[in-house]
Design a protein around this ligand. Structure first.
Ligand code: 1GP
Length: 253
């Protein structure tokens, strides 16, 4: 059964429930590590899996999705770094327009190339405004997308970008400092953006502790994404999920 991920995210926002998403980079997983990660994700009640990366080189996306789908029922969204990362085994795909950048290929060019394939697929398409914030280091996503992130001390630019994305009809905003960012996005930027939009706000990049995850939720993030830190220490998945769900049940009670 396919999950209606957009409905899930919109309902969660409406009910003030915060969600925890685990980012899985297929290149960094061998089968036994992925199996272990999935087992922990199930135990931790991870809400969503994001699968993808800015640059995949090992052609393991299909195997990775097969293993996920045969071992758990967690809604799975493709987080594609390129049009080569389209795969029907996921539930949905972030149709990412990189609205913080000024590279037409990332705003609409790649979308035109992907559109006929996506139309034939059974993936749920999630029109998403992707906003890159400077995380204190050059990230793969910034280099590959050939875009400059929004400076970390410019919450007003981030907020105006998100407002424009919502006005254009995008259904989600994904604000990212990039995988492995030195500095995670500040609560100040998160609250500036979340205060201006009604659509769900996903926040990721460089989040290392449950405390920071909860602080982001308090500032207005609806979904917290963690990748790198969980790869290094899979037990952190349990701690992150517990902290976010505990906070969520406190505020939505
Ligand atoms: C990257 O937001 C994700 O796009 C997750 O970042 O790997 O740094 O947790 P990390």
């Amino acid at each position: 059964m396919r999950h209606d991920v957009l409905h899930l995210l919109e309902q969660a926002k409406k009910n003030q429930q915060k969600k925890f998403a685990l980012l899985i980079d297929p290149d960094k997983q061998d089968d036994s590590f992925l199996q272990h990660t999935i087992d922990i994700a199930v135990k931790a009640k991870v809400d969503i899996l994001f699968v993808g990366g800015s640059l995949l080189t090992k052609d393991k996306l299909d195997d990775c999705l097969s293993l996920i789908k045969s071992n758990c029922n967690i809604p799975t969204i493709l987080f594609p770094g390129s049009v080569m990362q389209i795969n029907d085994k996921a539930d949905a795909l972030f149709f990412l327009s990189l609205i913080s950048g000024r590279n037409p290929e990332m705003l609409i060019g790649q979308h035109v190339i992907a559109a006929p394939y996506l139309k034939q697929s059974s993936l749920q398409i999630l029109p998403t405004g992707y906003i890159l914030i400077d995380g204190g280091t050059h990230t793969t996503v910034s280099y590959i997308s050939n875009t400059t992130p929004i400076p970390a001390n410019k919450p007003d630019i981030a907020a105006c970008t998100a407002i424009a994305g919502e006005m254009l009809g995008l259904k989600l905003i994904y604000m990212d400092a990039g995988s492995g960012a030195k500095n995670a996005i500040s609560e100040k930027i998160i609250s500036s953006v979340s205060g201006e939009i009604k659509i769900p706000l996903i926040v990721g990049g460089g989040i290392l502790t449950p405390e920071k995850a909860v602080a982001n939720c308090r500032a207005g993030a609806d979904v917290i994404v963690v990748g790198n830190a969980a790869e290094k220490n899979p037990q952190l998945i349990l701690e992150m999920a517990n902290a976010i769900h505990e906070y969520s049940s406190l505020i939505s009670a």
